[in-house]
Design a protein around this ligand. Structure first.
Ligand code: B1M
Length: 226
């Protein structure tokens, strides 16, 4: 019975549910994790994300195809939707730390990681304006100006779209918003070296690190240097 699962068995079942593209099962396991007191971020990182990574690897090898990858993404989104309220509840929201405009760059419709970063930033006390996916470069600038953003976050999951992160930085500069508005970049193909090369102010390998970097950029006292 699932209620008697050990954490490892639960994480393994989570991975399996994503590989199988079984969204009902993924949502059920997410609920079970919460009832068992499992840290929701651990459930995401050690359970569901591992499954999604495996799906990506199988897709690269030609062992899985786009419809299956879409089912896996749907399952992931349902699991995260169950876990999100708890992620939010656990965070200590005291004051607004700063305003963040975030989106997946033009040409890129991957949203799961970006959504996680947005959720974690909001949970940490940032006012987050999520522009969604496939966001035109100048839309980041327009929104940053509109809300007087402190940070613009640009997510990219494709090697072909990560160059758009550089364009967003250039467009912000052309609009006179740099260096006041800081830029954080992230996404699977993005590296710290790439972030430095394009002149970004911060890089987040995952959502938790994105929060640490964002806190540092707005001068939040207890932020670790990343
Ligand atoms: Co896509 N896809 N996909 N895909 N997809 C990848 C990225 C790929 C690596 C798969 C593979 O081949 N192994 C590959 C890219 C290859 C490359 O360029 N190097 C790929 C491809 C090729 C494609 C298509 C071109 C396939 C096709 O049509 N032939 C197509 C492109 C669509 C487009 O964007 N124009 C495509 C489509 C899709 C789906 C629609 C089916 C679906 C997305 C559904 C959705 O988001 N609603 C999808 C999925 C699910 C994936 C994989 C399997 C999983 C991505 C994911 O959600 N990961 C992915 C394989 C992989 O990444 N290993 C793959 C889980 C998520 C929590 O992690 O997004 O990395 P991630 O986010 C992390 C960190 O990166 C970081 O924090 C997050 C949380 O920890 N982070 C940030 C992310 N953004 C950040 C921003 C920050 C800071 C940190 O600051 C602002």
């Amino acid at each position: 019975m699932t209620t008697e699962m050990t954490s490892e068995a639960l994480f393994e079942a989570m991975r399996r549910s994503i590989i199988d593209g079984d969204d009902e099962r993924a949502a059920e396991l997410a609920g079970e994790a919460l009832r068992a007191g499992v840290d929701p971020l651990r459930a995401i990182d050690d359970g569901f994300v591992i499954g999604l990574r495996e799906v990506g690897d199988r897709f690269s090898r030609g062992d899985m195809f786009l419809p299956e990858m879409m089912l896996a993404a749907k399952a992931m989104k349902r699991a995260v939707a169950v876990l999100e309220p708890e992620l939010d509840r656990r965070a200590m929201k005291r004051q607004v730390l700063g305003r963040v405009v975030i989106g997946s760059v033009k040409g890129d419709i991957h949203e799961i990681g970006k959504n996680l970063v947005a959720t974690m930033l909001a949970a940490a006390g940032f006012e987050v304006h999520d522009l969604g996916v496939d966001v035109p470069f100048d839309r980041f600038v327009e929104k940053a100006r509109e809300v007087d953003a402190d940070i613009v976050g640009v997510s990219a999951l494709l090697t072909t779209t990560m160059t758009g992160q550089r364009t967003v930085i250039e467009t912000l500069a052309a609009g006179g918003l740099r260096p006041r508005v800081k830029v954080i970049v992230g996404g699977a193909p993005v590296t710290r070296e790439w972030a430095e090369e394009i002149g970004a102010d911060g890089y987040g390998e995952d959502a938790a690190q994105a929060v640490t970097v964002a806190r540092r950029l707005v001068g939040a006292a207890d932020a670790a240097v990343v």
